[in-house]
Design a protein around this ligand. Structure first.
Ligand code: NI
Length: 167
């Protein structure tokens, strides 16, 4: 396993739309193991393949307190979205920024797992928010893009300054 490089906002590659995975094979499983290692090391609660510059519909999430409940979603689709919740979100691609975003309170998602089989997951709370946030990445959308233009401009400037300082 190896840790992968995480793209930082406003990297334009974060706007790439991910393609569905055709076959869940060893190379996909190996990528997923690397994504999980990268997420746990960061540490973060979720990571989309888009963030490691692989434009395939793959997400890893662990929203548990114990950090031992890895959920892998391949080709996820939302079957139902119920209610409204606004939760403070953060993102490994936008370090240090936390903002409230409006999401569905509960979602039912269908995806393929590591064995390639389809399964449904019903989520609420942090897990629901996290699934929606990561699915947005697969569509090329970063959470800060829900904010006002003014806030986005400020965040972009802050990120570019951070990157200049670490370069
Ligand atoms: Ni994110």
């Amino acid at each position: 396993m190896s840790r992968l490089h995480i793209l930082r906002y406003p990297d334009p590659r974060l706007h790439t739309i991910a393609a569905p995975v055709e076959e869940v094979n060893e190379s996909i499983r190996s990528l997923i193991a690397d994504m999980a290692e990268t997420m746990y090391a960061a540490p973060g609660v979720g990571l989309a393949a888009t963030q490691v510059n692989v434009h395939k519909q793959i997400i890893v999430i662990d929203a548990s307190d114990t950090r031992d409940k890895l959920l892998t979603l391949i080709n996820p689709e939302i079957l139902a979205a119920i209610g409204v919740a606004d939760c403070e979100e953060g993102c490994l691609s936008v370090p240090g920024i936390y903002e409230k975003i409006e999401r569905a309170e509960r979602v039912v998602v269908r995806a393929r797992g590591l064995d390639g089989e389809h399964f449904d997951v019903e989520a609420e709370g942090l897990l629901s928010v996290c699934i929606q946030h990561e699915m947005d990445h697969l569509k090329g959308r970063v959470f800060v893009e829900y904010l006002s233009r003014l806030k986005q401009t400020r965040i972009r400037a802050k990120m570019q300054k951070q990157q200049r300082q670490s370069a």
